[in-house]
Write a protein that binds this ligand. Structure first.
Ligand SMILES: Nc1ncnc2c1ncn2[C@@H]1O[C@H](COP(=O)(O)OP(=O)(O)OP(=O)(O)O)[C@@H](O)[C@H]1O
Ligand SMILES: [Mg+2]
Length: 235
């Protein structure tokens, strides 16, 4: 048995006297999509932020392939960080409004890949193709793109880092139903092709039931149940 890519054990979070959750435990296998369902304010986004290191929980463990990220030094965590990514509900906040879409797309490659200019442009074009972006999209500024197109750019940017795990926090809730389905299909394709795992956060059970292998229910500060939807996780 290989280790789960992510395991969260007895995670707890309070902001001052407000206890958001306690004893939150779940794990996610390679190539798996785990849904996280809960009502507004239940702490879903906070759990996602803890996983990528944007918040520090008040208790518990977050293990990435066995190693607890909360015990890691800055240097060790920085090495791991490109492998664990997050997508937000308002994806435009992840893009630089002053740069055209293609420049936004290749920015992480510039920072992390060490590729030379020609190879970098080629890889950028491959990623654009992988995520269904056309040249006319790539020449526009973020403000000139639709919500679905922006979410594709954000996914392409993230895939540039070859992530193992993506927290997708309501990635499609700002999109209309047909575009929502396109983006969810794209995420499933990326998973089939790369084996990436997702924690898909949503308060739309219909969406979660369509794409998740399992769904964790967050209620009253804890995970009350984990439902099996599909058992065949492709690795
Ligand atoms: N940095 C913070 N400081 C203080 N309180 C916070 C902070 N971040 C979140 N909270 C509080 O923690 C609770 C959980 O917030 P969170 O955003 O995780 O909920 P959520 O389940 O994602 O909700 P939604 O479905 O509306 O997105 C809320 O009551 C929120 O006000
Ligand atoms: Mg939220």
């Amino acid at each position: 048995m290989s280790l789960p890519i992510l395991s969260v054990n007895e995670l707890a979070m309070s902001f001052g006297t407000l206890e958001v959750f306690r004893n939150v435990s779940f794990s996610v296998d390679r190539g798996e999509t785990l849904g996280l369902f809960g009502k507004s304010g239940s702490g879903k986004t906070t759990i996602g932020k803890c996983i990528v290191g944007l918040e520090r929980p008040t208790g518990g463990e977050i293990r990435v392939q066995g190693a607890n990220i909360l015990d890691m030094g800055k240097k060790e965590f920085r090495k791991l960080r490109p492998k664990i990514q997050i997508i937000f509900q308002h994806p435009e906040t992840s893009l630089d409004p002053r740069m055209k879409a293609f420049e936004n797309l290749i920015e992480p490659l510039k920072l992390h890949s060490g590729l030379k200019q020609d190879a970098l442009l080629k890889r950028g074009e491959e990623l654009a193709e992988l995520t269904g972006l056309r040249p006319e999209h790539l020449a526009r500024y973020p403000i000139q793109l639709s919500g679905g197109e922006i979410q594709r750019i954000v996914l392409a940017r993230i895939m540039a880092l070859s992530p193992d795990f993506i927290v997708a926090d309501e990635p499609t809730s700002m999109l209309d139903v047909s575009v929502q389905a396109q983006i969810l299909r794209l995420m499933q394709k990326l998973q089939r092709e790369t084996g990436v795992s997702y924690l898909l956060i949503s308060h739309d059970l219909e969406v979660l039931r369509k794409v998740c292998h399992r769904i964790a229910y967050l209620d009253n500060g804890t995970i009350t149940s984990i439902e099996n939807i599909k058992r065949d996780v492709k690795r």
